[in-house]
Design a protein. Sequence first.
Length: 439
Amino acid sequence: MRAGYGKNLRELFISKVRIDEILDFGGILVFNSATVDTCTLRLSKNAPQKNFPSSYMRSTFAFDCSLAAFAESNSSIFKLPSDPSQSWAVLSSARQAIREQVSALGIPIRKWNVHIGYGIKSGLNEAYYLTREQHDRMIEQDPASQELIVKLIRGREVERYRIDWEDTYQLIVKFGSHEYFENLYPAVYTHLCQFEERLKARGQCQYSRLRISANDDTFPGQHHWLELDNNPSDEYLSLFREPKIIYPEITKWLGFYFDQKEHYFPNNKAFIINSNGDPLEYLTAFFNSTLFRCCFIDDFPTQGEDRRELRKIFFEKIPVKKPTAAQAGLFERLVPMIQSAKHIGEDTAAGFLEDLIDACVMECYFREHMAERDLLFLDELAPHIADYNPDAPESKQREFIMELHSKLNAPSSIVRNRLLRISADSPDLLAVIKKGGKV
């Protein structure tokens, strides 16, 4: 239903047989000994049909209940995509209708001017990962070591608009650096020599990409034993020092963080998104929104009942609407603002800002609907945040955020009252989005 290797099977179902019904068990553990996505398809040897019944067996389903009764009460009509490369997602009728509207307005991420890449693959974490104590000791021994040490972010540390950094670091030893490494970075060289035997045992250090020994006196495999796996080049490493979105590969909460200044280097359990021109702050807000989760969370395979796998093959298919210049400009201030609020521990203000950003994302897609219900936010918000400076000192940031929160969350505030009315005044659209995207 989602994977690239299923494309031919999906094409068969689209063109050769009739699907009479799909029961998608999602992340429910059907087989006690295997964590796999499971579905039941009922097929017939008839002409294909575009629409047929489907049911998503959510976590409320229990195996001592009647499967037929649960499926009937949670049934919706599945509309078969004509393109076999598209993922299939079984949703409720209401969520499916919203997904179709959102998808029609969007452009797949692969067609944006963005690059999605893996974090750093070390090949031996014990050798390249450093504690704060190791970091300090190494720099004390040789200040030049600082040139090779960066902040390490693991996938588990990435949350919505927040990095829960554990004060750990990693060594970045790029491809080809073995030629000068010992002389220029003696402290790092001494550290890595402790792991020489294990570093040499890595597959990439023994064999070429064709699994054939190169019989080279310098190194027999793809790279020297001192260097990181996957042969990182200067061009590749430069992507981590540019503005980027960081997100975990496997996640329960679907958190995305915009890294503009910290220059974090994620491990191989996270991805980064760079762009040369497209608004990363807007994309961060969209990916953190209930709208994104409501429409597209089921495009990603599950890892157990409460984890999603956000691999590139699934992610680059997600359609996202391009913002106007004015909309992009507002998110350029809102996203750093909420990240600052979370960083300095102003949780109440951060929660208010998250709800506000969420409403602004919905307005980018459903402005006419929200205008009819007096639920617009972007124009009202613009003058209040025009003077926000994301580069200001932390004390100034706190002062601005607290004053903004006090003003916009006052009992007489238009913004506050519109936020409170969203679900009540739009029960068939915005309320469905907020409920469907709640994770």
